[in-house]
Design a protein around this ligand. Sequence first.
Ligand code: ZN
Length: 331
Amino acid sequence: MKKRLLAGVLDRSGLLRAVEALPGRARLVAFNYHRIGDDRDSPYDPGLWSADAESFAAQVRFLKQHFDVVLPEQLDDVAARGRGRFAMITFDDGYRDNHDVAFPILRAENVPATFFVATGYIDAPRVPWWDEIAWMLHRSRKSSLELKPFLPEPLDIGAPNRGRALTTLLRTYKSLAQERTDEYVAAIAHASGSGRHPAAGAETFWMNWDMLRAMSCAGMTIGGHTVNHPVLSQMDKISQQREITLCVDRLKSELGRPVRSFSYPVGARTCFNQDTRDCLRDAGVDFAFTYYGGYSRPAGWDPYDIPRIAIEPYVDTHWFRAMAQLPEVFA
Ligand SMILES: [Zn+2]
């Protein structure tokens, strides 16, 4: 809240622009989005609606005006240059609105972006675990959920606490060993009385290969985000290798291009480990992106830990500009 107020003051007073004019070493601010649009009527995870179309267009125009907006393929060049202000626009997961809403805006502004997709959802469309859990809560008539042994106490899911309950349920999923996650989702389906999300209805969730090819041909980069979107660090190395290699191979065969970039599902520091890095290197991936905030200095960066800033609906214009122009304080 304080940062938000400070961002407003700095932006309105012109100080952010003044800071931008100061010379400095090269730096990269990478922004990450999930969905573009309006969440008001959606039963799915509200946290993934990053911006509406109008705000997204304004953010794209701002970055175009003040930064070199680059793709992962250009990061070797960025590192070689000592100076400059670089930005990246990235998307995770592969939602259909990326093609239908974000892509036309990017194309109209002639700004490149990178889309990290989970290939299993493209090949066999289904509702992902985070959206399915949100949907179960949304449908439930219960006021609390009994989820032993996953949660020690009943979880209050009454209307005022539903947002917090969803955060708890998703955080618990991320903490589980991969082989227990099915049992966990089934337990929520049962306890909520909502059952599992029907298979129908998922067809229009994701982009398809024709859409991704069109975006790739138009100068966008398509990167890897695994096959099934697991938390990689919760898997053994062989399973991680399968998730990474099959994803990269699938993208190569559908798009006819090498795949050099990847983003970690969930993206916290704890969501990948040395096995993940080894598997990425073996698969020919040169840059991997996280999702815990921050910016990077290309001199001496870790190419398998390039930070990205989350864009969420509560990020207003001033805050966005502050994160871009003064990431040392705001990102
Ligand atoms: Zn993701």
